[in-house]
Design a binder for this molecule. Structure first.
Ligand SMILES: Cc1cc2nc3c(=O)[nH]c(=O)nc-3n(C[C@H](O)[C@H](O)[C@H](O)COP(=O)(O)O)c2cc1C
Length: 221
């Protein structure tokens, strides 16, 4: 049974050989707490979907939990955008996965993947971070899931409360004013967008699981 606590509080879990529920890990870094709020919203979205469970881990925790990350069906990556890319702590996790996962036989191959990022500016070069995550997933042979929301807040009827108000397709984006703490930023619309990504990844993961049961040969399983 997987038990996800609040950010940074995920507890050790017993991994069953073939869990009936789809387990979706959320692996994120947050220097100052804003991206942690986004990660918690993604987790809430996963937990909205019947048959899906979330496992929330920081990038530091994840590097102690490689076996658990091999047992899950999907991994959603999250990082703040620092200096136009994912934060250094997130990058350290990426590099550690090279030895721990790739070199051990591409152990994440065919898992579902998705990503989210948060930064101070509305753009802030967040796309660079999402691309970094999508390339990372591709290098692991994972299946990247996009954000299926039209870009919003781009017409005379748009507003700050729109889902996907920042207009990204590759993953969920959030913007946090740099003079506000994580109690106030990112705004609810960005958190709702993150929840949407969690629901979408959980649903897609369940669909893939059914497809694999129906056509195991097609996946080599
Ligand atoms: C070292 C550093 C670099 C940053 N670079 C960017 C940047 O390139 N683009 C941007 O929009 N915001 C940038 N920011 C602002 C952060 O992305 C923003 O404060 C974010 O909410 C921090 O998330 P966190 O609280 O999860 O660490 C930077 C912040 C730091 C500390």
């Amino acid at each position: 049974m997987y038990t996800a606590g609040t950010a940074g509080e995920a507890r050790p879990v017993k991994v069953t050989a073939r869990p009936r529920a789809a387990v979706i890990a959320i692996v994120y870094h947050s220097g100052y707490g804003h991206t942690a709020r986004q990660a918690q919203a993604v987790r809430a979205g996963v937990d909205d979907v019947h048959g899906a469970e979330a496992l929330l881990l920081t990038t530091d925790e994840a590097q102690q939990r490689w076996e658990d990350l091999c047992a899950v069906q999907a991994i959603i990556f999250g990082a703040p955008t620092y200096v136009g890319a994912g934060s250094a702590s997130f990058k350290a996790f990426q590099e550690a996965s090279s030895n721990a996962i790739m070199a051990q036989g591409y152990l994440w191959k065919d898992k579902i993947a998705a990503g989210f990022t948060n930064s101070g500016s509305r753009s802030g070069d967040k796309l660079s971070t999402l691309l970094q995550m999508a390339l990372f997933a591709a290098q692991h042979g994972m299946h990247w899931v996009s954000l299926d929301l039209p870009p919003a807040n781009c017409s005379s009827t748009g507003s700050e409360t729109d889902l996907n108000r920042l207009g990204f397709w590759l993953g969920a984006a959030a913007q946090s004013n740099v003079d506000q703490g994580p109690d106030l930023a990112p705004p609810e619309s960005d958190l709702a967008t993150a929840r949407h990504l969690g629901r979408r990844v959980a649903t897609t993961t369940l669909q893939f699981a059914l497809g694999r049961e129906a056509a195991p040969a097609a996946t080599g399983g």
